[in-house]
Design a protein around this ligand. Structure first.
Ligand SMILES: Nc1ncnc2c1ncn2[C@@H]1O[C@H](COP(=O)(O)OP(=O)(O)OP(=O)(O)O)[C@@H](O)[C@H]1O
Ligand SMILES: [Mg+2]
Length: 369
């Protein structure tokens, strides 16, 4: 069956899970178990099967099972459109993560092309009211789901900016040291900006066309100050012009690293930051679902969704609507909650998984609904 889903997941010495194996089909995965059982660890493992540092943004050595701290491995059988790939992510004794696809070393970009994964975790409840970084990261993950090479543009930009910032800190004034770096920043930066706008347009389109129980979020790409120059040439000029100011600040003040995402609860015309906690959450769910619908069209399958404790935060009507939308999309959504009753409405539309931990030994078992 085409689509995007894991049909098998194996964990070895990953966080609280010494060893675990799950056989799956394409249906959503409803995971329940008490606090501390290892539910979030399980979906963190799934998040690592896509580019980046996973949903906790943890360092490789922190994910090694304590106290042994040996190293860890996650293996997934990933069905991606018409193909099936064996994806392996591993870290050997504190070393950086390695990606292997079909038993060969692979890049993050290669992984991003086959694995599109999006998540909502409880700490994102504060996304609309906290600093710009969280919103940028959320936007960039959505962007990456459409355009996997967005990650490479971001890396190229950050690398050149780090070097430019070093020059600024060292109070280097000679223009010729800056030219090549600013050209690299301008090219990657304009790409980043264009990618983000592309993703926002796709998401806005998907929100407009859908009938959904979740509120529409109007999104706008803004800058913490000034305007973002549109193309590479304008950005290069803006960087050159900003040099004097940047020397005083000791860092780069223009560019896509200063972007922000401004959200409005459309039906009320209220900024997301001023909405209730539940409304803010509903806006995020709405965006993730819109992203998933747009990706189903753009890529050919909806992404794998990781929704940590989403069920507990929604009222019964919204929860039922979420389940209906996920099933309608055909997304393999991994959802966690402490009790099985949170997932009863899903019934046989989902596969149910129970996670427990007894005296430091975890068990992951599939259950009948
Ligand atoms: N590297 C590690 N090695 C061993 N155990 C770890 C490691 N990292 C985290 N843990 C433990 O894993 C346990 C399970 O964590 P997890 O966040 O997955 O629980 P959970 O089932 O999601 O619980 P909750 O319902 O409270 O969210 C915690 O007790 C935590 O201390
Ligand atoms: Mg948890």
């Amino acid at each position: 069956m085409p689509g995007l889903y894991l049909s098998e997941l194996t964990l070895s010495h990953f966080r609280s899970h010494k060893s675990g194996r799950l056989a799956l089909d394409a249906r959503p995965v409803a995971i329940h178990g008490p606090n501390g059982a290892g539910k979030t660890n399980l979906i963190e493992a799934v998040s690592l099967l896509s580019p980046g540092r996973g949903l906790r943004r943890a360092a490789a050595q922190d994910m090694a099972r304590r106290p042994e701290s040996l190293g860890w491995k996650i293996t997934g059988l990933l069905h991606s459109l018409q193909r099936v790939h064996e994806v392996e992510i591993l870290s050997e004794e504190g070393a950086a993560r390695q990606v292997r696809i079909d038993e060969k070393s692979a890049t993050q970009l290669a992984l991003g092309r086959i694995a599109r994964v999006l998540w909502l975790i409880p700490s994102m409840d504060r996304l609309w009211i906290e600093g710009t970084e969280g919103r940028r990261r959320f936007l960039d993950r959505m962007t990456m789901s459409f355009l996997p090479d967005h990650g490479d543009a971001a890396l190229a930009y950050e690398k050149a900016m780090r070097e430019r910032n070093r020059l600024l800190k060292d109070q280097v004034r000679d223009a010729h040291w800056y030219l090549a770096l600013e050209r690299q920043m301008a090219e990657a930066g304009a790409q980043i900006h264009a990618n983000r706008k592309h993703a926002l347009a796709l998401i806005a389109g998907a929100q407009m066309q859908a009938e959904t129980a979740f509120p529409t979020a109007e999104l706008e790409l803004t800058q913490t100050e000034g305007e973002m120059p549109e193309g590479a040439d304008d950005l290069r000029e803006a960087l050159a012009e900003s040099r004097f100011r940047d020397l005083i600040a000791g860092r780069t003040l223009v560019g896509p690293h200063r972007a922000d995402l401004y959200g409005v609860y459309a039906a009320k015309g209220v900024p997301a930051a001023d909405c209730s906690t539940g409304e803010q959450k509903a806006l995020l769910v709405s965006l993730i679902l819109a992203n998933a619908r747009a990706l189903a069209r753009d890529f050919g399958a909806p992404p794998i969704l990781l929704l940590d404790e989403v069920a507990a935060h929604l009222d019964a009507t919204r929860r039922a609507a979420l389940y209906d939308e996920i099933c309608g999309l055909g997304a393999q959504a991994w959802m966690t909650g402490t009790g099985p009753e949170l997932f009863t409405e899903l019934g046989p539309r989902a596969q149910h998984v129970h996670v427990t931990d007894t005296d430091g030994t975890s068990r992951i078992t599939s259950e009948a609904p």
